[in-house]
Design a protein. Structure first.
Length: 326
């Protein structure tokens, strides 16, 4: 998602990232070379970082030693990335086309306060990046994001894009994340598919749930029919449907039922419990022979988290490869 940002944002992100992983002071010359800019341009980037994110990113400066970052962590980094994404016109354009597909060039130009020529340049840049994901913004009764592979693949991409754009605590709609989580749990939707999960993972599945509802209301459907057996196991909460319909006005009950059933049956439904466990065990055994997993600071909790994460990534990749929906 960083590649979607304009060059100045990409350079500033690179400065922050390079300093955050360095355990030593770095000189102006070293950092300028690292990001591929002149020293004067590098200084401008440093000043802008201090102005825009100085309350979060503490860059210590020394005439003799150079620069270093203090008290930096992943949460701060993600907050800065979210702010960059929301400030980037490229990201704003993609976001607007995802949220409001089928609109004219005049609509997007007016909404983002950009010229037609700027729109054309930014659309070209977005498509250059999207191409690597087998996605493209096309004109078909207005502008819309399409996938060369599958609707599922597009929804997974949009989920990651929204997590970058909104962060872990907000959703594309005004409905509270905790309310959506309660709706999913009341209707037996799976929030965590392997192990105990984490707040990061729950954030993904809650956002993924909202993306499914959004795409259904926009008229982009999965070739998926609810399971009669599972519908008989529990009654869907009508009040939850009405609550979601306040946010997604075009949401019909059939689409809501399809999305609930999809998450109830598990998005990795082609894998049995024993298959999931076998894949997880194989990943753990492979990790234990890797050099990085033998570091002294690599404790069992960290290893469990990485195994869990890689297992889910593996399932997603297989789901994308096996999907035949267009």
């Amino acid at each position: 998602m960083i590649r979607l940002l304009e060059e100045n944002y990409r350079k500033m992100e690179q400065i922050i990232r390079v300093l955050s992983i360095s355990d030593q002071w770095m000189t102006k010359k070293e950092l300028a070379k690292e990001i591929g800019s002149s020293e004067s341009t590098f200084i401008r980037y440093i000043e802008e970082i201090k102005i825009r994110w100085g309350t979060k990113v503490t860059i210590e400066t020394s005439r003799k030693l150079g620069y270093r970052i203090e008290h930096f962590n992943a949460a701060i980094y993600l907050d800065v990335l979210m702010d960059m994404a929301q400030s980037s016109t490229n990201s704003q354009l993609l976001h607007e086309i995802i949220m409001n597909p089928g609109q004219t060039i005049e609509y997007y130009c007016e909404t983002l306060s950009i010229s037609r020529s700027s729109f054309t340049r930014k659309l070209k840049r977005c498509n250059e990046i999207l191409e690597s994901y087998l996605l493209k913004i096309i004109v078909d009764q207005g502008f819309q994001l399409t996938s060369q592979k599958s609707e599922i693949q597009l929804r997974i991409f949009v989920t990651f894009f929204f997590l970058n754009f909104y962060g872990r605590h907000e959703l594309p709609y005004t409905i509270d994340k905790a309310v959506v989580k309660d709706i999913m749990e009341r209707n037996h939707c799976q929030i965590s598919l392997c192990g105990q999960g984490s707040t990061y993972e729950q954030s993904f599945y809650i956002m993924y749930f909202m993306v499914h509802l959004m795409r259904e209301t926009q008229g982009f459907y999965l070739d998926h029919m609810p399971s009669k057996d599972l519908r008989n196991m529990h009654e869907l909460k009508n009040k939850d449907y009405l609550l979601l319909k306040k946010e997604l006005t075009n949401l019909n009950y059939d689409s809501y039922e399809k999305v609930i059933d999809y998450f109830t049956r598990s998005i990795f439904q082609q894998f049995s419990f024993s298959e999931q466990k076998d894949i997880r065990d194989k990943i753990q055994r492979n990790l234990q022979i890797c050099v990085f997993s033998k570091k002294a600071e690599w404790d069992s909790d960290n290893l469990d988290f990485i195994v869990h994460l890689l297992t889910n990534i593996y399932f997603f990749l297989v789901c994308i490869l096996l999907t035949r929906h267009i």
